[in-house]
Design a protein around this ligand. Structure first.
Ligand SMILES: Nc1ncnc2c1ncn2[C@@H]1O[C@H](COP(=O)(O)OP(=O)(O)O)[C@@H](O)[C@H]1O
Ligand SMILES: [Mg+2]
Length: 337
């Protein structure tokens, strides 16, 4: 349904060129939840916003392709993008207050969105807004359809935004850190909402998060991004069972354990993500990688784990045997802490 090939996005800044997205490829199938994970600054939002045409500016340059249905998104006209945003691809942002209008009733915002793309009466659109609010778990929707965003809690606002995203029955929803600002209980409810949505309507979801806990709960497939590149990509089970990239090991190790054992955690990964203004040569993770060696000064290819596992790729020069050995060394060291 969506096929992204070698996507590149650079921004010209006063200090030089920022390669925010550096050759990213992935696809999304109908009804699939693809998670995109990585620390802050890894190029997740720029990737997502570029698909929607939201990073266009005189200082931005683009490369690669993104086919969605019959449309090429990267070169699409503003007119084409306007027709796609909403009914084809909808976006949910981290902060609902930036997407919701503070001085317009939430119901009216949904009604407007519906009527911008479909010829339906105001009454019919209002009825649909009420149904949508009910569907995303808003209590007393007939009453709350008349409220303003500031009258609702953070979790309720996030639900309204999901309702707004659903209002034109999109085929793809891009959710950029939709639960990051919410407490864990609400976060779990919102994720459950996204999952049931997929189950009911076969919508595809790209879920951007820096939280591997979220990924393990809802994703079918995972893209791990680091420094503007994909460093690992796999079905979620295989990623959790058999992670191949030292960065993924570090990410996994930083997730607090919930299985009852004494929590072992690396609160965060030592060092900081690379500057995309002056990235290190070769593997972008190499300066922080405990296993780097000479080869790492060249960019590793995104290579399949095994010929027999054609859906699991990673970008690391270590041999399969070395990965297996070094991973258990890494996990043991963390466990001992
Ligand atoms: N308009 C812009 N101009 C210059 N640099 C930008 C712009 N937008 C994003 N960046 C840079 O691109 C990189 C990736 O950003 P982003 O995609 O927002 O990361 P993430 O969502 O993974 O946290 C960051 O280094 C960020 O500073
Ligand atoms: Mg982001």
């Amino acid at each position: 349904m969506l096929q992204v090939e070698d996507l590149r996005v650079s921004f010209r800044t006063e200090e030089g060129e920022v390669k925010a997205v550096d050759g990213v490829s992935f696809s999304v199938e109908p009804g699939e939840i693809l998670a995109v994970v990585g620390e802050s600054g890894s190029g997740k939002s720029v990737t997502a916003m570029t698909l929607m045409g939201l990073t266009r500016s005189p200082n931005a340059t683009f490369g690669g392709t993104a086919h969605f249905g019959g449309t090429e998104l990267i070169g699409a006209s503003e007119e084409q993008l306007r027709r796609i945003r909403g009914p084809e691809i909808a976006m949910i942002f981290q902060n609902p207050m930036t997407a919701l209008n503070p001085v317009q009733r939430i119901g009216d915002q949904i009604v407007e969105q519906i009527r911008a793309h479909e010829r339906v009466s105001r009454a019919a659109a209002t009825e649909r807004a009420v149904q949508l609010l009910a569907r995303v778990g808003i209590p007393r929707p007939r009453e709350l359809v008349r409220s303003y965003a500031h009258e609702l809690s953070g979790g309720m606002r996030q639900r309204v935004m999901i309702g707004l995203a659903l209002s034109c029955s999109p085929r793809l929803i891009i959710a950029d850190e939709p639960t990051t600002a919410l407490d864990v209980t609400i976060q779990a409810q919102i994720l459950a909402e996204l999952e049931s949505l997929r189950a009911d309507s076969d919508v595809s979801i790209i879920l951007i998060t820096h939280d591997l806990g979220v990924v393990s709960q809802v994703a079918d497939r995972v893209l791990v991004m680091y420094g503007g590149r994909v460093v690992e990509q796999s079905d979620v089970d295989d990623l959790l069972d058999d992670p191949q990239h030292p960065y993924t090991w570090a990410l996994l190790a930083s997730v607090p354990r919930v299985d009852g054992e004494k929590p072992r955690r690396l609160a965060s990964i030592a060092g900081s993500p690379p500057s995309l203004l002056r990235p290190p040569p070769g593997c972008h993770f190499s300066p922080r990688c405990p296993h780097r060696y000479d080869d790492c000064s060249n960019v590793p290819p995104l290579a399949a784990k095994l010929v027999a596992a054609p859906r699991h790729f990673d970008r690391c020069w270590l041999t399969a045997e070395d990965k297996l050995r070094l991973r258990s060394v890494d996990f043991e060291r963390i466990g001992a802490k």
